[in-house]
Write a protein that binds this ligand. Structure first.
Ligand code: PLP
Length: 404
């Protein structure tokens, strides 16, 4: 086929013409999808190894989720929180039970869940811990990624994310990720929370040293500081357990959830915590027009039920071992390091060979979609419905791409 009868080049040009360039997508124009597979406007098929940055943990158009969405679309889609709707309590109860927490506060995007966590921690600090007015601080980690709002980018250490968006929100202290002594030293009487990703996704699936998360838990307990785990990307089955914190038996004071909670259909995020923490919010102090809407709740209830079976966590753990074995076989053959937890992998490509972007472009040409991050690193996060054969296919294509 020649370019002028393909639809992709024109569709790429149109997209570039009419949107702000805040992304640099691969030149692939998707028109349909099912399970782990995508089809583009020219009928080419791709194995999805990004899964919407883990928003598609259950694959594209999972039948149970699509059925829930269809049924809800036919009944009720939006009420606002001015009224209660019939999906709301079930969603909050079932998610709270999955998290082992008393209460849930639903929002929409991940960044909103993070903002909610920050607000709740500050209010808890003033009202429960007794921090002096206006003095609350939160300890965060270098290399963090928690979203794109002005407050959240204020404590990013990525200059692309942060530069020229000031003035910055004060009240955050950045410490090296994985360094427990540095974290403990940064806590003072005004510290209300430690906010961490249990695995840093955007940074390249960086797993902290063993013992770090339990250590953070202990320090937070000892110093009367809330431990907020941002499980927006790492949670809900991605790493082989319901939450990445589960790998080390750690229970944070607050879970921040998003992405997969919406089943790849609607944006749904949430904060889950006990009543002594989330209970500090009173009417009028926080909210969202769309947060906890009936369509979101109907889909997210089914997401929680899928997770409650444990099947997806099991798949992720088992298939993750196959992915790990395949990727480790490429160390010295184009890869210099791999980090794998469940079906989530960060791969460092030998930078003398090619950039992560180039590797992803070549993979796309061979029918596998993945995403680069930070120079020569790429990230794999396939839907948890991926099969053994499809994992082998992705690894084989990667091996080819790295050696030509
Ligand atoms: C750990 C983490 N927190 C927060 C966010 C922000 O989520 P959203 O893009 O839905 O605002 C992301 C998105 O990648 C994330 O990975």
């Amino acid at each position: 086929m020649v370019d002028d009868i393909l639809r992709t080049p024109g569709a790429v040009r149109d997209a570039e013409r009419w949107t702000a360039h805040n992304y640099h997508p691969l030149p692939v124009v998707i028109s349909s999808a099912e399970g782990a597979w995508l089809t583009d406007v020219d009928g080419r098929r791709y194995l999805d190894c990004l899964a919407g940055y883990s928003a598609l943990n259950f694959g594209h158009r999972h039948p149970q989720l699509i059925a829930a969405a269809h049924a809800q679309l036919d009944r009720l889609t939006l009420t606002s929180r001015a009224f209660i709707h019939d999906q709301f309590a079930d969603f909050c109860r079932e998610l709270a039970e999955l998290c082992g927490k008393d209460l849930v506060l639903p929002m929409n995007t991940g960044a909103e869940a993070v903002e909610t966590g920050i607000k709740v921690a500050r209010k808890w600090g003033y009202q429960v811990k007794g921090v002096a007015a206006g003095q609350a601080n939160i300890v965060v980690a270098e290399g963090n990624f928690h979203g794109r709002t002005t407050t959240i980018v204020s404590f990013s250490t990525d200059e692309d994310a942060r530069a020229d968006f000031g003035p910055y929100t004060p009240g955050f202290t950045v410490v090296p990720y994985g360094d427990l002594d540095a974290l403990a030293a940064a806590i003072d009487e005004n510290t209300v929370a430690v906010l961490l990703e249990p695995i840093q996704g955007e940074q390249g699936v960086v797993v902290p040293p063993e013992g770090y998360l339990p250590g953070v838990r202990q320090v937070c307990t000892d110093r009367n500081v809330l431990f907020i785990a941002d499980e927006i990307q790492s949670g809900l089955g991605r790493t082989g357990t319901t939450f990445a914190c589960d790998h080390e038996g750690v229970v944070p004071d607050m879970y921040l959830l998003g992405k997969a909670l919406g089943g790849g259909i609607v944006p749904v995020s949430a904060v889950a915590a006990n009543a002594d923490v989330l209970g500090v919010l009173k009417p009028g102090q926080h909210g969202s027009t769309f947060g906890g809407n009936p369509l979101a709740c109907a889909v997210a209830i089914e997401v929680v039920r899928l997770l409650a079976t444990g099947e997806f966590q099991r798949r992720s753990a088992e298939l993750g071992e196959r992915l790990r074995a395949g990727l480790e076989g490429l160390i010295g053959r184009g890869l210099v390091a791999v980090r794998v937890r469940g079906l989530w992998a960060g791969l460092d490509i030998d930078p003398t060979l090619m950039s992560g972007r180039e590797a992803c472009e070549r993979l796309a040409e061979r029918g596998v979609l993945a995403k680069d991050t930070h120079g020569s690193t790429i990230r794999l996060a396939p839907p948890l419905v991926i099969t053994e054969e499809e994992i082998d296919l992705a690894v084989a294509q990667l091996a080819t791409v790295l050696t030509y």
